[in-house]
Design a binder for this molecule. Sequence first.
Ligand code: SF4
Length: 360
Amino acid sequence: MHIASSSSGRFPSASSVSRIRNALLRHYDRHRRDLPWRGESDPYRIWISEIMLQQTRVVTVVDRYHDFIRSFPDVHALARAPVARVYEAWAGLGYYGRARNLHAAARAIVRAHRGWLPTTYAELTTLPGIGPYTAGAVASIAFGEAVPALDGNAIRVLSRLVASADASGSAAAVRQLSASAIALVRGTRPGDLNQSLMDLGASICTPRQPKCGVCPVRRWCAGFASGQPTRFPAACPSRRTKPILAVVFAWLEDSHGVWLERRPSEGLWAGQWQLPGAEGPRARARLAERLDVSLEARRLARIEHELTHRQVRATVFEATSPWRVRSRNGFRRFERPLSAPVSALARRTIQTVLAARSDP
Ligand code: SF4
């Protein structure tokens, strides 16, 4: 793995790196979070858990992990299954692009690697849906390769440890923190070391109120020494300037359930279910025309939802004559729409409408 060098914000010396590493591992051995995939040696299961953990809270993943493994106990079972079944098993986890990539990667593993997960960081990054973080996590945890795995928690801890002035997520910050992380993982337990950083960020070095008083690496922490650890990592300027995406959704409900529409198999939220929607100029009129309904009735909800590169402003209108979509391709009625494989935005939208309706 090639990482360019950086001149600032590094650990002060090799001996401090070794002490920080030991302190992190000691703390991890005593206080690590008890998660279903901890102690797991099957690379397939480690991979599944790491993909689930991208962008989904740990408590939600804990709920869904065992069911998914029961449905697809190994890479062959996952590769054999139709992608629609994988979407169904992914319900509740959101960001369904991950399920699609997981399925594509399983097929690639069976086809090109005879069903064995590749064992190195470099090979893992050639599979769909496996970026630097997941490759680092799987390579270090499952195969003991000394490579970093920088998720949001690990980035925060390292930024504070070295008092990195670079904006979170910037190329300079990633370079600098990768160099620091590489120095730390050069030990006998790279997987545990990576997980110790993630755990520390989740439980002690939290975003707003780090518990420095009980932190095992406080004595080497430049952020703590500065007196203002929460200044690190610096906010990423691009977060404040996301373009707005205005979307209109139609709520089509009859006595048997709510009608959802399946998105195309390519692009954003591919293959997932959502309320029928439209975006851009005259979205409401165009949507009404496309569905052959009226959207002049009540506005049911307004939702703000943050995507990686855009800020979504969604408005939901009640539609008249919901049965008109009954015979259309790509539409289906769900008695319990939240049980369908829906995107995170669709989930929030449906939840907001249901909550508003039950609120007298
Ligand atoms: Fe984070 Fe405080 Fe520990 Fe530094 S001392 S790593 S800021 S919790």
